[in-house]
Each structure stands twice: as C-alpha cells, then as structure tokens.
Design a protein around this ligand. Structure first.
Ligand code: TRP
Ligand code: ZN
Length: 884
C-alpha cells in the first residue's frame, strides 16, 4: 500500500460512517460526533501569484495545539482536488506527510509550529464555482461552506479562527484591481507589467469567510459615518459599463448600516466595506468579512432593466449580507449543523429591515408566501430536516428554506413572545457574550432566555424536530362565553417518527360581527397537544381571527362558514389575517373542487363568495394598491397541492385556472377600470406608483384569463408603452401564456431590445419556461438550443430550468416529459456544477404526494439519475433520500 493512501488514525475530523453503507454512498456526518479541533491556527499568511489558468498559492500557518483538543500529534489539513507542491515545517522541507483521501496529514511533535504549503489551482477550469474561479476574466473566490480547501490545505471548519494576511500579485492589465478581506496595507508595481497588493484583516475569522477578487472593476464609492464617528469607505465594484446600475445597491447598503445601529445596536468594525458583483455565482451572495461577493442580480438595478421585485431583492440581499457582519462573522458557527444560528437570525434581521424600509404588511405576506411555497413542501417531503440538522452527507444541500426561512420564523416566535424590547435585550446579551466566538444554536437560545427572562425549555423542540405542526381549531359559544379548543400534532418525518407538541404562540382577536371591531389582540401559547382558552363577554358568537401576522409557522385547520372568511377578508385590521382569510376562502373552494366533491350549486355558491370578496378588494378605497395587489393573488398550485395528501396537479391547475377565468369575466368591468387607472400613474419609486404597477399586471392577468383577445390587446399596449421593466415584463409574462400572434412578436422585440444584458435575457428565458402555454415544453427544449443558452452560468441554467421545474404545466406534463427534462438536466449539469444540479432534485422528490400515474414517472426519473456512474455527493445524497 502506497503511503499516500494509507488510512488515517481516527482523529477529531474523522466522522463516523453509518454501518454497511451502499457502495457509492458518501459518509454521513453526525452532529453528535463534534469534537473540538486538535490544532488551532491563530495566524495565516497567504501569497497568491494570480493567473487565469494557474494560480500558485503559498500558505503559512502558525499552528498551535488546542488546549481544549484531544492532544493528537496529527494535524489534519483538509484539501479538495489539490495536491501539495511543497511542504515545510518550521522552515524545513518535510516528506513524512500523508494523504487521507483528499486531506493532508502531518505529525507534529511540539506545541506550536509553522507549516508552509504550496499548491496550484486552475481557476478557468473551475466550473463548480467553489474555491478560486474565473468569471468573465475576473478571479474571485467562494469559500462557504467548504471551498477554502479547494485553494489550499487548511483545517477548513468554522471553529478554527485565524487572522489573515494576504499578498497577491498578477498582471496589471488583466487584474487592475486587487481585493481581499480587511484593509489594504501596501501595494506596488513589480516593473514587469505585474503589480501586487497586501491586505490585512484584524478580525479573526474562519476560512469560509476568506475572499479574494482580482479583475477589471470600477467602483461606485460613498462613505458612511458610524454611530461612534468612524468614517467607512464603501465601494460597490462592477464591470466597466455597469456602474450606472449600482445606485440602489449603495442606497440599500447605507440604509442597512444605519438600520443595524438603530434596530440592533450593531456598528460596522472596519474602515472599508467592499461589495463585488460577479456574473457566475452559485447562490445569492456571500458575506466574506469586509468583501461581500454578490451575484450580479442582487446588485445591478435601474428602472429600465429591473422590476420592483428586483429592487426589493437587491435591498433585502444587501441587507442580509451586511447584517452577517455581526450575525455570522463577529459571532460565527461552531460547526455546520449550527448554520441556522447565522442564517435564520440573519434572515429575520433582513426581513425586519425590509419591513421598516417599505410596507411591513406586504413584506410579511411575501415572506409567508415564500415559507409556504418553499419550506412547507420541504417539511412534508423526503428531505425534511430540523432547522438544526442532525446529520448530512453534503453540507451544500442544507442551505435550505428550512434552515433559512423556518429558522427565521423560529427566532421571530421568540421575539413575539418576549416583545421587541425584551428581545433586543436578548440579542444584546448574545452578541456581548459570544463576540469573537464560534457559537451554537443552544448558545443563542440560552442568551435569549437570559436576556428576556423567557423559559424556552420546551421551545427548543423547534430546533430539533422537523415537520410543520398541524393545528386544529374549534370555537364554541354559549351564553356570553367563547371557548377556543386547539389541538396540535407534529407529523412524522424521515428518521423522526414520533414527535412532541411544541409551544405555538398565537396572536388572536375576536370580532363582533355587528360592529366589525374587536376589543384588542391577545397572545396565547399552545404548549400542549390540546388545550382550551376561555373568553368572556360575547353576547353573540364572535368571528375568530387567529395566527395574526402569521405568529407561528404552522398549518391550521379550522372549518368555518365562508361568510366568516368573507367578513375577515373585508374587516380584519391585521393585514396578514385579511390576506389569509381571502386565501382560505379560495383554498377551501379549490380543494373541494379538485376532490370532485362539489355539486353545481355548491360550486356556484363558492364562486359567488369568492367573487364578492374579490370585488370588494378591487373597490375598497381604504386599501393601498400594494396591499390590494397582494389580496388579488390566488394561492399557488404548490400550496394547494400541500393541502392534499395526494395531489393531482392536472386537476389543481384546471380548477385554479377556471376560477381565475371566472373572476376575470365576473369582474371584467372593475378589472378594466383598475387597469386603466393604473396605466395613468407615472413611473416613480414611491409606494403609490409601485402599487399601481403591481395591480396593473395583476388586473391584466385576470382580464387575459377571462378574455384572451382583450387581454392580448391590453398586454401589447402595456408592453410597448412601458418605460420600466416592471410593466414591460408583466405584460410579456401575460402574453407568454397566451396562444396569440402578439406573443411571438413581443418576445422577439424583448430579446432584440435587451441583447447583451445578461440579467434581462435571463428574464426572457424564465418568462417563457414559466408560462402556462400549451406548448411550453417544446418552447423550453428549443430555448435550450438557443445561442444565448449556456449550462455553465447558474443564473442562465436556473432561468430556463428552474422556471420549468416550478411551472406545474411544464413539470407535471401528464406524459412525464417535464420530469424527463429535469432528470436530463440534473445528469448533464452534475459534472459541471453539482451544487446547482442538486437544487433540482427536490422537485422530483415530491413523488409520494403526487397521484400514482405521475408518481411512477417521477420515481423512474430519480432511478435513472441514481444509475449514473459518477454522481456528485450533492446529487447522490438528494436522490438517495428522495427514493427513500
Ligand atoms: N452564506 C451565504 C448567505 O446566506 C450563502 C452561501 C452559502 C453561498 N454557501 C454559498 C453563496 C455558496 C454562494 C455560494 O448569505
Ligand atoms: Zn446568509
């Protein structure tokens, strides 16, 4: 046996594999196996000699035996597709190192040493976009979660914190701008066409927060003065030509910095904050210390090319990454099982920020819509996991709606129970107590307990149990007393068959039917399997408004007459509850219709109730248009499918479309008037103008459903008259679903008008792949062969294929063509970019909840993927779990 392949002794990094794994199965990492690192790296010096095809990296690690470790002599340095070119210990070349799989092991006799490793990487050949890679001639890094080990050998785990000094040199013409974390301490010319820069980050950080960028970039520069008077230089770096589209990102950054001081008392801690926009990026953005790297789509925005939703996304993501400076960087995660410690908390912080910047009511509704359409299906499917998972094979697969969005909801519940002021005392204590540390979710909960005085004993179950709690509500009335009975069950999930009841905070109000008012909101906490709550002083049965503001991320079953929902849709003073009443009215009706259980009379009565509530929404002068636009949105097909044990996607689509068309005809005059009014409002970034644009396309959508000719006429007019992307994209979206001649004309115009603008061409792809057009699958196949399509840019690949995977008409094609499309995509994308490929698997993984004919086809597609010889860990984990 060659020395390089000799298996290593178990050490703090050797995780225990499950017994008798199938041959291809990657090892399972368990949360309970955590051990502190045997060695620490208080300081690291990195030297990069930059090149697109080859970059040489020399890394000097000052290593010190961890007094809290197991005393092992072996230092484990993680690697991934790199080999050591040379290795020195304390200045001397050594040969007695060995490899354990991709990792480098070295026995060190003393308590501290200097380890020097040289590696070489090929950025241009890095299509996974993890580690150091090339994008449009620029070099950049992505190290979270385990990308640093693709650059150099290192204990690549978040509980090893180091002070970084970085030097880089490279061709000045190719890489005029050289950036890394922290502050630039020196720079100069080498006299041979190359130049160099040195950077120093004074804050100890884990390797996943390391970043380097080199390329031809221009900055939008501004300054911000912090609450203690520190002047910070802010730069948003983009490719030359894009600087005119950075203003909103800069405004959002400045607003984020101010907001974090006011809302959480958090001040920025360096003299420089850089943001770089990169066109090839696996996710939204990355919070590297002092050097955030962003997907271009969350930086670039102007009215011509970005929709109102794009503007909101830029603001939200800029805020999110900035807020990580405290929730993630100053206090980081001990291990990746604690991911929600930084992500759940930071999502809550960005949600609260966006709520304060715009309409809090609309923001809450949007956040709940995301949770229900993305997270609820995760919780009820084969990939269900708690917000703090117990095991994983590939950590990239756990950057999920559960960890992020449910994680945020769990912390929001603590805030609801404590109240905002006491919650702030909890977070202050958390930051003070754990600053500079790698902490756990348990540390966070304990700090909130100590700071707020809450007892979160049972509440911790929200961290350990997967599954969406199902509540059943009953309200009985007798005399002057109303009695609310609430029961809960948490459904079994893979590996967790038996669950315990969790504390569920419910904000509620009891309305007087005659006056349309209530006597104040109350908060109850259901912390048992079943409980009753008594309310006195009601001469008549009140109307219950419950889970106001979506105070708990639960599903509620509450049978009640449609007229109560119509009442709440018209009168509830909690905007979320009002939206919810409207949604419930539609859900109740469509679920019954899909089940085939509606007589013609019942169908008529159901539609009439919805029609009346809908008409009231269109006409209510007290509603602002942003909120009106929200109330007009029908529940998504994926959410409707969630309501059914086994869903027939064809029937759901047909019923939902039929209702939309009926509303379009029934309310034709009011919708036309609304559209006309909205068309008359000039472009502006204010709430009134944004609201007008929102209802404009909403109205158009219903008009087109009711009358394709009239819809096409108005859509093409809106398309050509548009002086902004919101209106133009909205009109084109409506046209894309219609089988009319104007469709092709408008699509061709759009492509021609925006060619060369990658983010807008992405819209052109998604719009067509997301359309409810009878030939959508043909369109998608044709688009895959279009000259602008490429699999190697994740934004473009997602624009086409994620839109198709999320489009029930395309994906759930009865012949299985949609499943085949996504299956083929996964198999072709996996060798290029496994992280992105794996994100498509959950759509096929839903097969158990789909009617049997389609379920067989979905499963067969998963099996075809599983049969592929060299699958990535990413895809293999998701496919194996989905086949279960
Ligand atoms: N931490 C990042 C965020 O939430 C997201 C992230 C994790 C990421 N892994 C990534 C981004 C890989 C890009 C690539 O803000
Ligand atoms: Zn994040």
């Amino acid at each position: 046996m060659d020395i390089a392949s000799r298996p290593a002794e178990p050490d703090e990094n050797t995780q225990i594999a499950d017994a008798a794994p199938p041959p291809q199965a990657p090892p399972v990492i368990h949360r309970e196996d955590y051990l502190p690192p045997a060695w620490l790296v208080p300081e690291i010096t990195l030297d990069f000699r930059l090149g697109i095809d080859e970059t040489r990296v020399t890394s000097k690690l000052a290593v010190r035996r961890n007094p809290a470790g197991n005393g092992a002599v072996t230092l484990r340095l993680n690697g991934d597709q790199i080999t050591p070119i040379s290795l020195k210990v304390d200045g001397e070349h050594v040969n007695d190192w060995r490899l354990d799989g991709p990792d480098l092991l070295l026995d060190l006799p003393g308590a501290q040493h200097l380890v020097e490793v040289e590696t070489a990487v090929n950025p241009a050949g890095n299509s996974q976009l993890m580690g150091l890679y090339a994008s449009n001639g620029m070099l950049c890094t992505q190290c979270e979660a385990e990308g640093f080990r693709r650059i150099t050998f290192f204990p690549d785990r978040p509980d090893v914190l180091s002070i970084y000094r970085v030097r880089m040199s490279g061709d000045k013409a190719r890489f005029p701008i050289l950036l890394a974390n922290g502050n630039c301490t020196a720079q100069g010319e080498n006299g041979d066409g190359t130049h160099w820069a040195e950077w120093h980050d004074p804050w100890p950080k884990p390797s996943y927060l390391f970043a380097l960028v080199a390329g031809d970039l221009v900055a939008n520069h501004a300054t911000f003065t912090t609450m203690s008077g520190r002047k910070v230089d802010l730069n948003i770096w983009v490719r030359p030509g894009d600087e005119g589209r950075t203003r909103h990102a800069m405004d959002s950054l400045i607003a984020s910095m101010k907001w974090d001081e006011q809302a959480f008392g958090r001040e920025y801690d360096l003299d420089l904050f850089n943001v770089v926009a990169v066109a090839d990026f696996n996710m939204g953005a990355m919070e590297n210390k002092g050097l955030n790297v962003f997907n271009t789509r969350y930086v670039l925005a102007d009215p011509e090319t970005a929709t109102d939703a794009d503007y909101d996304a830029v603001e939200g993501v800029i805020g999110h990454e900035y807020f990580h400076n405290w929730s993630g960087n100053r206090v980081t995660c001990r291990d990746w099982f604690q991911l929600s410690l930084k992500e759940g908390f930071t999502v809550l912080r960005d949600q609260l920020f966006s709520a304060d910047m715009g309409s809090a009511a609309v923001k809450r509704i949007e956040d709940v819509r995301v949770l229900r359409s993305a997270q609820f299906p995760e919780d009820s499917g084969p990939l269900a996991h708690p917000i703090r998972p117990d095991s994983y094979q590939e950590i990239s697969n756990f950057y999920t709606a559960t960890v992020y969005n449910k994680g945020a909801e769990v912390i929001r519940m603590m805030r609801t129970m404590a109240g905002p002021e006491r919650f702030r005392e909890g977070t202050d204590l958390y930051f003070a107590r754990h600053d500079g540390e790698a902490a756990t979710c348990e540390d966070f909960v304990r700090a909130i307990e100590d700071g707020t005085g809450l007892d979160l004993g049972r509440f911790r179950l929200w961290y350990s149990q997967a599954g969406t709690p199902q509540l059943s509500i009953r309200l009985e009335h007798g005399g002057t007393r109303a009695v609310l009975t609430a029961t809960q069950t948490v459904p079994g999930t893979p590996g967790q068959p038996d669950k315990q009841p969790v504390p569920v905070p419910l904000r509620l109000a009891l309305f007087d039917r005659d006056t349309g008012t209530h006597s104040g909101e109350r908060l109850i906490v259901l912390d048992k399997a079943s409980d009753t709550f008594v309310f006195d002083g009601f001469a008549k049965p009140p109307v219950l408004s419950i889970n106001r503001g979506f105070s708990a991320p639960v599903a509620i079953e509450f049978e009640r007459p449609a007229q109560d929902l119509v009442f709440l849709a018209a009168h509830d003073d909690d905007p979320f509850a009002r939206y919810e009443a409207m949604q419930n009215l539609v859900v109740q009706h469509l679920v019954a219709a899909v089940g085939g259980g509606l007589s013609e009379a019942e169908r008529g009565a159901g539609r009439a109730a919805i029609g009346a509530a809908f008409a009231a929404v269109l006409a209510d002068p007290a509603l602002d248009d942003l909120m009106r636009g929200e109330l007009m949105i029908l529940p998504a097909e994926s959410y409707l499918a969630e309501q059914l044990l086994v869903a027939d996607p064809g029937a759901i689509h047909a019923e939902r479309e039929a209702l939309k068309a009926w509303l379009g005809r029934e309310c034709a005059a009011a919708l036309a008037a609304l559209h006309d009014r909205a068309v008359g409002v000039a472009y502006g970034r204010d709430a009134a103008a944004r609201g007008a644009r929102k209802i404009k396309t909403q109205a158009l959508n219903y008009i087109a459903a009711g009358d394709a000719g009239e819809g096409a006429r108005r859509a093409i007019a809106q398309y050509h008259a548009a002086d902004n992307m919101t209106d133009r994209q909205g009109a084109l979206m409506v046209l894309a679903s219609l089988d009319v001649p104007e469709r092709a004309e408008a699509l061709a115009d759009f492509h021609q008008r925006y060619q060369g603008n990658a983010l807008v061409i992405d819209k052109w792809f998604s719009l067509q792949a997301g359309a409810f057009h009878p030939h959508v699958l043909e369109h998608v196949r044709a688009l895959a062969g279009h000259g602008d399509f490429t699999m190697s840019n994740p934004n473009r690949a997602r624009a086409l294929y994620m839109a198709a995977a999320m489009n029930p008409v395309a994906f759930h094609d009865a012949g299985g063509e949609g499943y085949r499309l996504i299956g083929d995509l996964i198999r072709r994308l996996d060798p290029i970019n496994p992280q992105t490929a794996a994100r498509f698997v959950p759509s096929l993984g839903r097969w158990r909840r789909i009617e049997p004919a389609r379920a067989v086809l979905m499963r067969a597609e998963l099996e075809r993927i599983a049969a592929e010889p060299a699958l990535s860990r990413d895809v293999l984990e998701q496919v194996t779990k989905s086949l279960g």
